[in-house]
Design a protein around this ligand. Structure first.
Ligand code: TXA
Ligand code: MG
Length: 338
């Protein structure tokens, strides 16, 4: 595995050309997007796409997002560009929004897990944009982590999670948005929010009118997005969500069991019994720091992470979704299950 440091705002042209060449040759390149790092491969090369699944240990039923340089390039992978899609692209591209559209036959089944639709996004990160423009191919890229684990928000996270399974990592330091893109399905009459992100339902509805939400608790079989497993985006440590008043007591419980506690707080006082990271009471800033904080608490050897519950409200939907997926069901840290 090769790791190249690259300036996030003014990426070196030679490094980009090298990465683009590898992609065109069917190799795997991890690169930064504004959300999380992606593990990229030529989306039109079935064998290259196969290597993504192998590198991640990803189940074959979980489809990938295809990244393109501009809205005009969507037609290389999708058969339709409905007016709704054009409106969304005007409002949110380049940026952390993924649209699900009917797919073209040239897109290998491996990309879409056999579905008749394909997920596409135009990322805004200058490195991602330069890479896509140079490669001149659509690039399939899931988050660059082992399946089910925390998504990477730095090149170091990628190197640790995937190691030699990836040919090149473009390391541009921390990403800014911090959680994965908002995913909207436009293949049926009513748009469906498949995965909340930092672009909120309110912002989407301002452009689209009513958008249906898929409940995170509906059974796997009933979900239009097969990869939306309940347990996902998880740190190694067990994660529990606690009210502001309960954070300290739950950390003390963890310590009393002879285990190491981590705490992720907003307003709660730093518990004496835990390694504590504090994030801002601002949904965007919180999302930006969330995965890095969980990676850091994992690295510090925490057995359990107590997360202070985050505010209600539409701006926090993406963060709440990721925390709920990372959390142990059954609530309280005293339960002892791992
Ligand atoms: O921010 C992001 O979206 C990052 C960066 C790298 O772009 N990518 C990412 O990819 O999070 P991934 O593979 O970890 O998540 C993609 C999700 C899948 O889990 C799946 O549920 C949904 O997008 N998806 C992909 N193709 C789909 C399709 N044809 N129909 C419905 N859902 C789809
Ligand atoms: Mg992922």
């Amino acid at each position: 595995m090769e790791l190249l440091s690259i300036d996030p705002l003014h990426p070196d042209a030679a490094a980009i050309a090298h990465a683009a060449e590898l992609l065109r040759a069917g190799r795997l390149v991890a690169f930064p997007t504004e959300t999380v790092y992606g593990l990229g491969a030529n989306a039109l090369d079935a064998r290259a796409v196969e290597r993504i699944y192998a590198a991640k240990g990803r189940p074959a039923y979980n489809p990938l997002i295809v990244h393109v340089a501009s809205a005009e390039s969507v037609s290389s992978v999708a058969t339709e560009w409905p007016e709704r899609a054009a409106r969304l692209a005007d409002a949110f591209w380049p940026g952390p929004l993924t649209m699900v559209l009917p797919k073209r036959g040239v897109v290998p089944d491996g990309v879409t897990a056999g579905l008749p639709s394909v997920a596409v996004r135009v990322p805004s990160h200058p490195v991602a944009h330069a890479l896509l423009a140079a490669a001149q191919i659509p690039v399939a890229a899931p988050s660059a982590n082992r399946s089910m684990m925390l998504s990477p928000t730095t090149g170091r996270h990628v190197a640790r999670s995937l190691g030699d399974a990836v040919d090149l990592i473009l390391d541009a330091g921390p990403t800014t948005v911090g959680i994965e893109s908002t995913v909207v399905d436009l293949t049926s009459a009513e748009p469906v929010l498949l995965r909340p992100g930092t672009i909120s339902l309110v912002q989407l509805e301002a452009v689209l009118g009513p958008v249906r939400r898929v409940s995170a608790s509906s059974s796997d079989a009933a979900r239009p997005s097969p990869g939306m497993l309940d347990r996902h985006y998880s740190p190694r440590a067990a994660l529990f969500i606690a009210s502001t008043a309960e954070v300290a007591r739950q950390c003390a419980n963890v310590q009393a069991r002879g285990q190491r506690a981590g705490a992720l707080v907003i307003d709660a006082p730093a518990p004496t019994a835990a390694i504590t990271i504090r994030l801002a009471r601002d949904a965007g800033e919180y999302a930006s720091g969330l995965y890095a904080a969980l990676h850091d608490l994992d690295d510090a050897g925490c057995d359990a992470i107590i997360v202070e519950q985050v505010p209600d409200g539409p701006a926090w939907l993406g963060v709440r979704d990721r925390l709920a997926r990372a959390a142990r069901s059954g609530g309280e840290s005293g339960g002892g299950h791992r």
